[in-house]
Design a protein around this ligand. Structure first.
Ligand code: NAI
Length: 324
């Protein structure tokens, strides 16, 4: 029998995990032949709630789910893992400044980085979902010096998927027909949804849509503000779509993106003027269990301006955290 993959998931009692855990347990990350063990982490006060979720997981009788453990200790949760979904983070409370939020989360991801460094398999793949996701991922990597930095990523896939549907609708094509679309930078309203190179069935998507003002004045702001629009409409933040994007991110990383571009925030190698070490969304192609950056794109003035804006925000976040 195939040995079970160990998957750590943090924030297990939360909204996103209420969807995410069930998709993982069904085999949506590794596929239908791969048994898995879940190692769930949440805060001490959330342990009862996690136990409730585990009862529901049991009640699904998932054939692939071999074991579920619960802990409030990151070193236990990350022991010998093959993959981690870091969903838990400190939400912004009333009156909390952005800076306080950044430093509160920096503390969490420092501790988790050290635990990852000690306990995880070196080839484990890590996605940070908990906000501020990009900067949290950077702190995690900075505190896990013996863990491969390229195996730590942050999620911009939700923004990517949000844009895909709107582009496909506007162009009258299927979402699966679109390639070479990318979300650059931070998972925040500054993210840059970039259609410049996008194609549908090999034809230029910007030409097919032929409406640049729609792209700049409607599509980009709509994707940027989608999170708020969902809170406004639903009275709660996006959860099922966030879980779905996390699954897509991990699935493609592990199983490949079939030669298509995808968007993941990874540690910058300095290309496209993004300072080295920042976790920024860039275009990637996934194959053979890893990713390769799409290199050599030449950026026009609009692309450069949009990229500088979102990368500027990542620099600000890094500096705010460094000051503490
Ligand atoms: P939630 O508030 O329902 O759940 C968060 C869970 O994390 C809670 O159970 C909490 O106890 C736990 N938690 C807090 N600190 C923790 C720690 N130090 N260790 C382990 N667990 C901890 O939140 P929800 O809706 O599940 O969202 C989770 C995060 O994902 C939020 O930060 C949210 O902003 C972010 N998010 C990111 C997206 C992205 O595209 N990158 C999209 C949507 C949400």
């Amino acid at each position: 029998a195939t040995e079970a993959k160990r998957i750590a998931v943090t924030g297990a009692a939360g909204q996103i995990c209420y969807s995410l855990l069930f998709s993982i347990a069904k085999g949506e990350v590794y596929g239908a032949d791969q048994p898995i063990r879940l190692q769930l982490l949440d805060l001490p006060q959330a342990q009862d709630a996690v136990r409730g979720v585990v009862m529901e997981l049991e009640d699904c009788a998932f054939p692939l789910l071999k074991d579920v453990s619960i802990t409030d200790d990151p070193a236990v949760a990350f022991k010998d893992i093959d993959a981690a979904f870091l969903v838990g983070s400190r939400p912004r409370s009333k009156g909390m400044e952005r800076r306080d939020l950044l430093t509160a989360n920096a503390e969490i991801f420092k501790v988790q980085g050290k635990a990852l460094n000690e306990a995880a398999k070196r080839d484990a793949r890590v996605i940070v979902v908990g906000n501020p996701a990009n900067t949290n991922a950077m702190i995690l990597a900075d505190n896990a010096p013996d863990f491969p930095r390229e195996n730590i990523t942050a999620m911009v896939r939700l923004d990517h998927n949000r844009a895909l549907t709107q582009l496909a609708k506007k162009a009258g094509v299927g979402v699966e027909e679109i390639d070479k679309f990318v979300v650059w930078g931070n998972h925040s309203p500054t993210m840059f949804a970039d259609w410049t190179n996008a194609t549908a069935n090999g034809k230029s998507l910007p030409e097919l849509i032929g409406d640049e003002s729609w792209y700049k004045d409607t599509l980009i702001p709509q994707v940027a503000k989608r999170g708020s629009a969902i809170i406004e409409a639903r009275g709660a933040s996006s959860a099922a779509s966030a879980a779905n994007a996390a699954i897509d991110h991990m699935h493609d990383w592990i199983n490949g993106s079939n030669g298509d571009w995808t968007s993941m925030a990874v540690s910058s190698d300095g290309s496209y003027g993004i300072p080295e070490g920042l976790m920024a969304g860039v275009p990637l192609i996934c194959a053979n269990g890893s990713y390769e950056r799409v290199t050599g794109l030449s950026l026009d003035a609009f692309q450069r301006e949009m990229l500088e804006r979102t990368v500027g925000e990542l620099v600000e976040e890094r500096d705010a955290v460094a000051k503490g």
